[in-house]
Design a binder for this molecule. Structure first.
Ligand code: HEM
Ligand SMILES: *[C@@H]1O[C@H](CO)[C@@H](O)[C@H](O)[C@H]1NC(C)=O
Ligand SMILES: *[C@@H]1O[C@H](CO)[C@@H](O)[C@H](O)[C@H]1NC(C)=O
Length: 327
C-alpha cells in the first residue's frame, strides 16, 4: 500500500471513530442536520402551554427531575401504565401531582409530522425543562441532546429514588450524592421550589400531626402555619387543594425560595432542614442574597442533572408516542 493510500485509510478510521463517539454521547446541536426545528418546536409548545396555564412550567421542571432521578433521563416518567405494568407516573409521588404531559405530547406530535422518528421524548423533556426555567425568568442553558428513550418504567422504583418531603439534610445529601450531585448542588436545585405549587397532602402532617404529635411543626413560622391551615383544613383529603410554594412570586424563577426558607416559611421539612446544617445554611444565605449567582448555579446544576444515566448510541429507542414503548 502506498503511503498516500495508507493515510486515506487512517483518515477513514479516524472519521469512523469520531462519528461513533458523536453518536454515543450527548452533543449541543444534535438535531441541527436531522431536525433543524426540534428545539424551536419544543420552545413554542412550552410557550403555548404556559400562556394557558403558568403552572405547566413548574410542572415540566419537576417532571424532568423526576425523570432523571429514576433510571436516568430516559423519558421513563412519560410512559403510561399498561394492563401488566404500573408505570412511574402512577406512583403516588407522581399521580395526581405531576403536570405538563400535554405539552410534551403536543411537541412530540408536531415533531413526528416534521421529522418522523428522529427526536427522542427524553430530549423533548430536557429541552422543555430548560425552556420552562427560561420562560419563568431563570437563565437558559444549552442542552446537549442525543438521549434515547427507555423501554422500562416501574412505579416501584420511584419512592426508592426520589426524596420525600420529610427528608432531613443528611438524607437529602445522601440521596443527591447517589446521583452524583453535591450537597451544594442539592441546595441549588432545591431552589426549584421557587415556582409552582404543592398539594396540601404533601405537607399537612407539619400542620396537624408533626412527628406523631397532634400539633404543628414548631419550626414553621406561626403566621404562615395559620395561613396554610386555612387553605388546607384538617382532615380534608380533597386532592384538589393546593398552595403556592413561593407565594410572593409563584411563577418566577427568582431567589424567593431562599428568602422563604430563611423566614421559616419553607413549605416542606426538606426545605426547612437546609437551615439545620452549617454548610447548607451558608448556601441558603448566599443564594438569598445573590439571585444572579443562584440563577447561574441553578442553570449549571439543571444541565448536570439532565445528563444523569442517559441512554445514547444504539441503546433504547426513539419512541413514536411518548406514552408508549414502540412495539
Ligand atoms: C430536594 C428534594 C426535593 C423534595 C423532597 C421535593 C418534594 C416536592 C414536593 C412534595 C412537591 C409538591 C408536589 C405536590 O404535592 O403537588 C414538589 C413540587 C415541586 N418540585 Fe420538588 N422536591 C425536591 C427537589 C426538587 C428539585 C431538584 C426540583 C427541580 C430542580 C424540584 C422542582 C419542583 C417544582 C417545580 C415543583 C412544583 C410542581 C408544580 O407546580 O406542579 N423539586 N417537590
Ligand atoms: C436524619 O434522619 C435519619 C433517619 O431518620 C437520622 O438517622 C439522622 O440522625 C437524621 N439526621 C439529622 C441531621 O437530623
Ligand atoms: C420526633 O419524636 C421522637 C420521639 O417521639 C423524638 O425523639 C424526636 O426528637 C422528634 N423529632 C423531631 C424532629 O422533633
Amino acid at each position: 500500500m502506498s503511503s498516500k493510500k495508507l493515510c486515506l485509510v487512517c483518515w477513514v478510521v479516524v472519521f469512523l471513530v469520531c462519528f461513533q463517539s458523536v453518536h454515543s454521547q450527548l452533543a449541543v446541536g444534535f438535531y441541527t442536520s436531522s431536525c433543524k426545528m426540534a428545539e424551536f418546536i419544543v420552545k413554542t409548545e412550552v410557550r403555548n402551554g404556559f400562556i394557558k396555564n403558568k403552572g405547566v412550567a413548574a410542572g415540566l421542571v419537576r417532571m424532568h427531575f423526576h425523570d432523571c432521578f429514576v433510571r436516568g433521563c430516559d423519558a421513563s416518567v412519560l410512559l403510561d401504565s399498561t394492563a401488566s405494568n404500573t408505570a412511574e407516573k402512577d406512583s403516588p409521588v407522581n399521580n395526581p401531582s405531576l403536570r405538563g404531559f400535554e405539552v410534551i405530547d403536543n411537541a412530540k406530535a408536531r415533531l413526528e409530522t416534521e421529522c418522523k422518528g428522529i427526536v427522542s421524548c427524553a430530549d423533548i423533556l430536557a429541552f422543555a425543562a430548560r425552556d420552562s426555567v427560561e420562560i419563568t425568568g431563570g437563565f437558559g442553558y444549552d442542552v446537549p441532546a442525543g438521549r434515547r428513550d427507555g423501554r422500562v418504567s416501574l412505579a416501584s422504583e420511584v419512592l426508592t429514588n426520589l426524596p420525600p418531603p420529610t427528608f432531613n439534610v443528611s438524607q437529602l445529601t445522601t440521596n443527591f450524592a447517589n446521583k452524583g450531585l453535591s450537597q451544594e448542588e442539592m441546595v441549588t436545585l432545591s431552589g426549584g421550589h421557587t415556582i409552582g405549587r404543592s398539594h396540601c397532602t404533601s405537607f399537612s402532617s407539619r400542620l396537624y400531626n408533626f412527628n406523631g404529635t397532634t400539633s404543628q411543626d414548631p419550626t414553621l413560622d406561626a403566621a404562615y402555619a395559620a395561613r396554610l391551615k386555612q387553605m388546607c383544613p384538617q382532615g380534608s383529603t380533597d386532592p384538589s387543594l393546593v398552595v403556592p410554594m413561593n407565594p410572593a412570586s409563584p411563577a418566577t424563577t427568582d431567589a424567593g425560595y431562599y428568602l422563604d426558607v430563611l423566614a421559616n416559611r419553607g413549605l416542606f421539612t426538606s426545605d426547612h432542614t437546609l437551615l439545620t446544617n452549617a454548610a447548607t445554611a451558608t448556601q441558603v444565605n448566599i443564594n438569598a442574597r445573590d439571585s444572579i449567582l443562584w440563577k447561574r448555579k441553578f442553570a449549571a446544576a439543571m444541565l448536570k442533572m439532565s445528563k444523569l444515566g442517559v441512554l445514547t448510541g444504539n441503546a433504547g429507542e426513539i419512541r413514536a408516542n411518548c406514552r408508549v414503548i414502540n412495539s
